[in-house]
Design a protein around this ligand. Structure first.
Ligand SMILES: Nc1ncnc2c1ncn2[C@@H]1O[C@H](COP(=O)(O)OP(=O)(O)OP(=O)(O)O)[C@@H](O)[C@H]1O
Length: 817
């Protein structure tokens, strides 16, 4: 085999002045091969010193790659021993104490030992001998393939300039040629180090060739992707261009410009609509804009959506009202038990509608605890009047745009809920139920109540302006009905425009009737059952009410009855599957417990025993009325009033006021002047986890304190409610109806209420007050004979306050019953 005759390049010759010991330059992220010239950036202090020393001497350095590129101060252990002896050609000083060093690799060298005496490393080196290469056929083939691959890579890869190929001509030596090519490849540092260290030239070429082939494949795939993307872009541009041309040609050919079938359809439908003039002008304007907008443009879908909304609204469509009072009365009776007053009021409303075209300023508001039939009553009205019905829930709405919409320039904008409701109704005169108007919120995004005000105000609502539609819409024929749990929570300006009709909570007897007459028949049919299959016993319904619900309305009752129906349905299906004839099922108390599981509520009937220091108070929340046990206890201590049971500030203050009243009447009550010096009082109102507030427990707390301190028993069948002043006067309270209902449910015999509340009784159905003695008082002392078993307090003449509070002394003290 013939030896390759090497032409010697200048750098290929022997290195006459090669030193034995040279400074070491650690390379973080590269390997520099012999026969290549490379600039490196030097920033580490030790390396800068190594460079300076080399420059002062014969400029030789050993370039060694780091085993761990992250190592900031590499020692001998973190350097590859094999590296490249190189010579520094040029040093440039950069800002920030950096050096740019142009370095020329000369020969592979190995560090025999490292010396750490200086601030930088030096190494004793032995140079790899310059061997002559035997040109085998395999090596020749490898060289040829690698060269070809490299040439293709340079041509395909835009990051490599073609001038690189000129370097080929200066590299006659196969090893130098290999290092030249390897230095341009994107090999990782370990691969480069392996190429440097491998003693076999063929292996070195194989490694480079493998990498080259992979790179070329990758380049081919990415070029293919690029071409495809390019083609697609050109295709879309071409289509767009053609569409534009068609549009222009069509516009020229067609006078109307509606040759696009879609636009022609919109135009035709718009023409058919009974649009008011302003709306028609706006719609035509939008259609013109649509005509000129390319279909690809985002503005196209904005205009298109807007026109779709115009087309979807029921311009000029009205349902014919059925204003026959008897029919409406029949429909209301059919769907709802009781509720005489609200039904009466609704009939009056319809009667007026018979006489006038529209009632101005009469928005009905149904107020009452949840599940008392507010929404369903409103639905019945719509049905009875033959109007469409849509419900909008306002609970938690705090953004004006929800009511009035966003301007159509916003991406994804839509009309507000009112216009959406009209679209859903499909007529201009539906009944719109604005549910939970007392829960309307307010925040920095605007006040939705002002928009609702405009909707409800008959002076303004014939020109309601939705931000999205941006044209006047006539809402004057819409019948708005609002619902609220507590009318007092409705914003005053809104409340002003409403006529509040209160729907109170139901007594147990009413609930049983509602269940029997309405809920059960409805549930049976919706569960595919018949009354002949399922019989509900009254006692069973009562058990559901007492043990599985605690509500003023009947919603939870309905849910529990539905759950019973599901169980029966399952049983029926099972019987059928087993080939048995389904038997009749009677729902009695036992079945209720079996089907509904452990009772959720204990029927905490009040104790039938008189107690000391405990008074029945009456409370009222948006979920109905209830009896609160007002308990006071005394401990040894000094001057302290403890209040527990999650009481709100107002309730805490009324407890303070009650204590002050008692303390300022010690002699009248026969108490020692300094009782509070030796006692602590603890007022607790169960159930402790439920938040409570309001002033109406004040009188009850004062009575409980008096009972405890004077050791007088309180009648167990009496409940009290009233705000107390420091002088013992009793002021009016709210929620009387619900409170009386709670007293009736617990079978109390008497309630003591502020005399100021007596006129409210006229509004309360007689069946709520039936069997209940109601006593109206002005001053707490008037309640003593009714509340205490034996009330002989020294300072009160019987029940008269002869105490030193002049204001109270002047009052009339007859108890109104
Ligand atoms: N007097 C009644 N007669 C017949 N069914 C009734 C009566 N009261 C309530 N219901 C029924 O109770 C269920 C709950 O009523 P609805 O949804 O109208 O309550 P709501 O007062 O609107 O409650 P919320 O305040 O939670 O919205 C409905 O199925 C309704 O038909």
């Amino acid at each position: 085999m013939k030896k390759h005759k090497q032409k010697k390049s200048p750098r290929d010759q022997q290195i006459p002045d090669a030193p034995e010991q040279v400074p070491v330059i650690p390379l973080r992220d590269t390997v520099i091969f012999p026969n290549t010239m490379f600039p490196i950036l030097v920033g580490r202090k030790a390396t800068i010193e190594a460079v300076n020393t080399a420059v002062e001497g014969n400029k030789y350095v050993l370039l060694c790659a780091q085993t761990d590129p992250e190592e900031e101060h590499p020692g001998p252990d973190s350097l590859h021993r094999k590296g490249t002896l190189a010579q520094i050609i040029q040093v440039l000083h950069l800002p920030n104490d950096l050096l740019k060093v142009l370095i020329s690799g000369i020969r592979i060298a190995e560090a025999d030992s490292f010396d750490e005496q200086e601030s930088y490393l030096t190494a004793k080196i032995s140079l790899q001998e310059a061997k002559s290469v035997t040109m085998t056929a395999r090596l020749k083939a490898l060289i040829r393939k690698t060269k070809e691959g490299f040439e293709r890579l340079v041509i395909l890869n835009q990051n490599l300039p073609e001038e690189v190929l000129l370097g080929f001509e200066q590299n006659y030596n196969p090893e130098n040629l290999l290092y030249f090519m390897a230095s341009y490849l994107d090999l990782d540092i370990d691969e480069k180090q392996q190429i440097l260290e491998d003693p076999d030239i063929e292996n070195k070429y194989r490694k480079v060739l493998t990498h080259l082939t992979g790179e070329l494949e990758l380049l081919a795939v990415s070029n293919e992707i690029n071409e495809k993307v390019q083609d697609e872009i050109q295709e879309t541009q071409r289509k767009f261009y053609i569409q534009e041309q068609i549009k222009i040609l069509q516009d020229e050919l067609d006078e109307d410009g509606y040759s696009d079938p879609e636009l022609a359809r919109i135009k035709e439908e718009l023409d058919k609509l009974a649009l008011p003039d302003a709306a028609r002008a706006k719609a035509n304007e939008e259609l013109e804009r649509l005509k000129k907008t390319p279909a690809m443009s985002p503005d196209y879908s904005v205009s298109r959506n807007y026109l779709d909304w115009i087309l979807a609204l029921p311009w000029g469509k009205y349902s014919e009202d059925r204003l026959d009072i008897t029919a409406v009365h029949g429909a209301l009776e059919k769907d709802h038990f009781g509720l005489e007053k609200p039904k009466e009021r609704i009939l009056e409303y319809i009667a007026v509608l018979n006489l006038v075209n529209k009632i101005k300023g009469q928005i009905l508001c149904f107020e009452g605890p949840p599940g008392t039939g507010k929404t369903s009553l409103a639905k019945s009205i719509a049905d009875a009047m033959n109007r469409q019905m849509v419900r909008i829930s306002l609970g938690g709405v705090s953004d004006e745009a929800e009511i009035r919409g966003h301007r159509k320039t916003y991406i994804g904008s839509m009309p507000g809920r009112i216009i959406q409701a009209i679209k859903k109704a499909g007529t201009m005169n539906p009944v719109i139920i604005l549910d939970e108007i007392d829960k309307l919120g307010k925040d920095m995004r605007g006040d939705p109540s002002s928009a609702v005000l405009e909707v409800l105000d008959p002076e303004q609502n014939d020109t309601f302006n939705d931000h999205y539609m941006d044209l006047d819409f006539d809402l004057s024929q819409v019948m708005f009905i609002t619902t609220a749990n507590v009318a007092g929570h409705i914003q005053p300006a809104l409340l002003d425009r409403m006529e509040v009709i209160s729907l109170h909570g139901y007594l147990e007897h009413d609930k049983v009737e509602i269940a029997k007459r309405h809920l059960i028949p409805r549930l049976l049919s919706s569960h595919g059952l018949t009354p002949s299959r399922v019989k509900f016993k009254d006692d069973a319904i009562r058990t559901v009410i007492r043990s599985y619900t605690a509500e003023a309305g009947v919603r939870v009752l309905e849910q529990n009855l539905a759950s019973l129906c599901r169980k029966v349905a399952k049983l029926t299906v099972k019987q059928k599957k087993d080939g048995k004839k389904p038997s009749q099922i009677t729902i009695n108390e036992k079945r209720v417990r079996e089907f509904l599981g452990v009772p959720k509520y204990k029927d905490r009937s009040l104790e039938k025993k008189d107690k000391v220091g405990s008074v029945n108070g009456l409370a009222w929340t948006s979920t109905g009325g209830s009896i609160l046990q007002l308990d006071v206890a005394r401990m040894f201590g000094k001057n302290k009033l403890i209040l527990t049971g999650k009481l709100g500030d107002v309730m805490k203050e009324s407890a303070q006021a009650a204590l002050t009243y008692v303390r300022s009447h010690t002699s009248d009550l026969g108490l020692s002047e300094d009782f509070f010096e030796k006692n602590e009082l603890h007022v607790h109102i169960p159930e402790g986890a439920i938040p409570k507030d309001g002033p109406s427990a004040g009188m009850g707390i004062a009575l409980a304190m008096i009972s405890l301190l004077t050791d007088t028993s309180v009648r167990h069948d009496v409940a009290v409610t009233g705000e107390i002043t420091l002088r013992g006067e009793v002021y009016a309270v709210g929620g009387l109806n619900e409170k009386l209902l709670a007293a009736r449910r617990k079978n109390l015999s008497r309630v003591i209420i502020p005399k100021e509340n007596l006129p409210d009784l006229e509004e309360i159905p007689s069946k709520v007050t039936e069997g209940l003695k109601i006593t109206g008082i002005d001053h707490i002392s008037e309640s003593f004979p009714f509340v205490f078993r034996s009330s002989v307090f020294p300072g009160f003449d019987g029940q008269k306050d002869t105490g030193n509070t002049t204001a109270a002394a002047g009052r009339k003290k007859t108890a109104g019953e």
